[in-house]
Design a protein around this ligand. Structure first.
Ligand code: CTP
Length: 412
């Protein structure tokens, strides 16, 4: 299968404009696209735009005699290597889950014998509604790949999960879906996905913590740290690319969820500990989060107020659970337990001691005295039972791939 053929179904949501960029990426990557525009989708992008970008006729209705004579709708549903629904609105996914076929798009989706990838985009409440949760679960159970939407500010003014993932992320997911279904050639602009079963971490569950934690003092104040979550998110992305099932327990950060990663958002160390426990069992755990060591011993129910006397209120701290150390002692301890060590001096000495103290198999040590926290690059030392390997400074994505490679080797 040299040049993948994509049937792109465009649902009716504001994110439909991003499907134009997706068409461009597919073409640039060597694929061909036939677009199916729903009635709703046509209010956001025009058939003319899609026809010009795809250099193919755009299909809009079941009842088009000319199209039906040239290529029947059943034939159209089978002519692609992959069907991509982008954006997949709540309504479109509900119809797909129920098997409703009341227009061209839904009829094709019911008739196709090809793999289907749905890329949701909708308001956060619609995404979190029990009906949508049920529909997504039904679709996944019936073999449809449903991407996780991004989190962030939405066109409707609200904030949360529901944004359409960036076209580059959708394009990467298309590559993964094609590889899974036998397309062996890497496509331009995509990670080099090997077929699923050949990927080195296929069948493994990798659990990752990332980001800071926020420990509330009162309803408006909290204790935090400078962790950006970038290194942990990059490791989650690399593990997913390597074929693992990935659970990413993330503290409060504004980063998009990497394709194929299950994300659990938490705020405090204690919530992170509970989410980690709920995600077990795992084959590998990589604890990248900069968990706050201490929380306010008592969280004030109301905002702390100045009383005019100049007296400073005392801030009493209590120690947080050590998630890594607890996991090392757990009856469900993952086979490979990797901790991180953020140090500002005597990096390797402190990290080596930390490895023993916490009961981790490996410690990835980094010097955070510069701008590592929040920055894009990192220089790490991987400390194992058999010694220390120091890697040169490199982008966090490369650190992630290097670490995932070593994890895969450990399981080989
Ligand atoms: N960690 C954890 N739970 C905590 C604190 C840390 O799981 N409550 C994990 C981190 O995710 C990391 C490792 O332990 O993998 C080391 O974190 P670090 O902050 O470097 O160590 P500390 O436990 O804070 O030790 P120290 O105060 O000696 O630096």
């Amino acid at each position: 299968m040299a040049d993948p053929r994509i049937l792109l179904v465009i649902g009716g949501g504001i994110a439909a404009y991003k499907s134009c960029e997706l068409v461009r990426l597919i073409r640039k990557g060597g694929g061909s696209v036939a677009c199916v525009l729903t009635e709703g989708g046509s209010h956001f992008v025009t058939a003319m735009t899609l026809a010009a970008l795809s250099e193919n006729p755009v299909h809009t209705t079941l009842w088009d005699l000319k199209n039906e004579v040239e290529m029947g709708h059943i034939q159209l549903s089978r002519a692609a290597d992959l069907v991509v629904v982008c954006p997949a609105t709540a309504d479109l996914m509900a119809k797909m889950a129920a098997g409703i076929a009341d227009d061209l798009a839904t009829t094709l989706l019911l008739a196709t014998d090809k793999p289907v990838l749905a890329v949701p985009a909708m308001n956060v409440r619609m995404w979190q509604h029990p009906a949508t949760r049920r529909n997504v679960a039904t679709l996944r159970a019936s073999g449809v790949t449903v991407m996780e939407p991004d989190e962030g500010a939405m066109a409707c003014g609200e904030f949360g999960p529901g944004r359409l993932p960036e076209p580059e992320a959708v394009w990467a997911e298309i590559g993964a879906a094609l590889a899974t279904h036998g397309h062996s050639q890497p496509l331009e602009g995509q990670p080099d996905f090997a077929p699923e079963r050949h990927r080195p971490l296929f069948g493994k569950h990798v659990l990752i913590t990332a980001g800071p934690t926020h420990e509330p003092i009162d309803p408006v104040r909290y204790i935090a740290n400078r962790s950006s979550g970038k290194q942990g998110f990059a490791i989650a992305a690399a593990a997913a690319e390597a074929g693992a099932r990935v659970t990413l327990v993330a503290g409060p950060v504004h980063l998009p969820t990497p394709p194929g990663v299950d994300r659990v958002d938490v705020e405090t160390a204690r919530q992170m500990a509970a989410a980690v426990e709920a995600a077990l069992p795992a084959d590998v755990a990589v604890m990248v989060a900069a968990v706050a060591d201490w929380r306010a011993a008592e969280e004030a129910g109301q905002k702390l107020k100045k009383d005019g006397s100049g007296k400073v209120p005392p801030l009493h701290l209590a120690e947080n659970p050590d998630i890594l150390a607890a996991l090392a002692q757990s009856p469900q301890r993952p086979r490979l337990l990797v901790g991180f060590a953020a140090e500002t001096e005597r990096v390797i000495d402190h990290a080596t001691a930390k490895r023993a103290r916490k009961g981790a198999d490996w410690i990835v040590a980094n010097d955070v005295s510069g701008d590592v926290m929040g920055g894009h690059a990192n220089a790490v030392h991987i400390i194992t039972a058999s010694g220390t390997e120091s890697l040169p400074e490199m982008p966090k994505e490369d650190v992630a791939r290097a670490l995932v490679e070593r994890i895969a080797d450990a399981f080989a």
